[in-house]
Design a binder for this molecule. Structure first.
Ligand code: CO
Ligand code: ZN
Length: 345
């Protein structure tokens, strides 16, 4: 069941550069379903299904946005840097998990109660740099004794749960939704092509694992699987984010107003044709916001025709991301259908 798979992946913890726990989940899931599975020097997990000489790279980043300890003061309060794009108020008063050498340790990002804020403070909002973690320790030594030190990775503590309909919520759907889509595709796909399923590291801090793995694999074309922002809830408009949750997976035509990816029309056409021929709902997207691993991949070597298949996910880069599982299932079906034959490039 894709729901259980996504729950496992969402509840796993893997901030950029510390993706190990996610790797373990993926390895277990793929055991016996691929011809070869290995980790490269960067930590990317590369699962290969052998086929003919045409090589397709499917890339899903494993990392989630999180934090890293940078300073522990004498009273035991912990300062951190943000790894990835956090909005200050999202972190304020969250429970977090610090992944120290003695195992996970719970902490809270504390903050002044509203009673104590003056108008200026309320207006100023919350800056990530001003936040701190409280693990209950009374001094620096106690924090270190817990196994926490400079460099300890930190993630938000939030369990996956179901909402109404086929909708679910949790943390790190960016990009465990893409990871789930890729795992399920690799398990079920029947294709004459050689498929590299690459679970990449460090996307949220600069598309790094995708860059190195695309270089070494040198595929004929590539698809990143990720999430994208729907414009179907209050506070955001369809004209600004013209895709909706529940209407199918999204194929990128352009992202980040062309500064990220201008997708290969041929790869987009290959996916669109597969969707049409198999009655799979699909949305095309020209986006102005974020980008994906495909941006790094398509600029590799002499250029690799690429696009992204993404799952509309509300409230991304927060612990309450929401997706519709039907979009995820349709995304798997779309990839499986397209991979039955190679694109005409
Ligand atoms: Co992201
Ligand atoms: Zn992402």
């Amino acid at each position: 069941m894709v729901k259980e798979l996504l729950a496992k992946l969402s509840n796993a913890h893997g901030v950029s550069g510390s993706e190990g726990s996610v790797v373990s989940v993926i390895k277990k899931e793929l055991k016996g379903h691929v011809d070869e599975i290995r980790e490269d020097a960067m930590g990317n997990l590369i699962a290969t299904k052998k086929g003919n000489s045409f090589k397709v790279m499917l890339a899903a980043h494993m990392d989630e946005i999180g934090l890293m300890v940078k300073y522990i003061d004498d009273k035991g309060y912990i300062r951190f840097v943000a790894l990835g794009g956090w909005y200050g108020p999202t972190l304020y008063n969250q429970r977090v998990i610090l992944h120290g050498v003695n195992g996970p340790c719970v902490g809270v990002i504390g903050g002044k109660p509203p009673h104590m804020m003056d108008d200026d403070e309320r207006k100023k909002g919350v800056k990530v740099d001003d936040l701190f973690i409280d693990v209950g320790a009374v001094n620096r030594e106690e924090v270190v004794y817990l196994g926490i030190d400079v460099g300890t990775p930190v993630t938000v503590d939030r369990e996956f749960t179901a909402l109404a309909n086929s909708r679910v919520t949790g943390k790190a759907f960016d990009n465990r939704a893409g990871v789930a889509m890729l795992i399920k595709t690799l398990k079920e796909v029947r294709s004459p092509l050689t498929i590299y399923g690459v679970f990449t590291v460090q996307e949220e801090v600069g598309l790094k694992g995708a860059r190195t793995s695309a270089y070494s694999l040198d595929p004929d074309c590539a698809i990143a699987t990720d999430v994208t922002i729907p414009g179907d809830h209050p506070g955001i408009e369809m004209k600004d984010a013209p895709v909706a949750m529940g209407k199918g997976p999204v194929v990128t035509v352009v992202d980040s107003s062309g500064r990220g990816l201008i997708a290969s029309r041929k790869v987009v056409g290959w996916l669109k044709d597969a969707a049409d021929a198999n009655n799979i709902p699909v949305q095309l997207e020209v986006g102005s916001g974020g980008t994906t691993d495909a941006t790094a991949i398509h600029l590799t070597k002499g250029g690799i025709p690429s696009t992204t298949v993404s799952i509309p996910s509300r409230y991304i880069h927060s612990p309450v991301e929401v997706i519709d599982l039907n979009d995820l299932e349709a995304g798997v079906n779309l990839l499986k259908a397209a991979l039955k034959k190679k694109p005409i490039l």
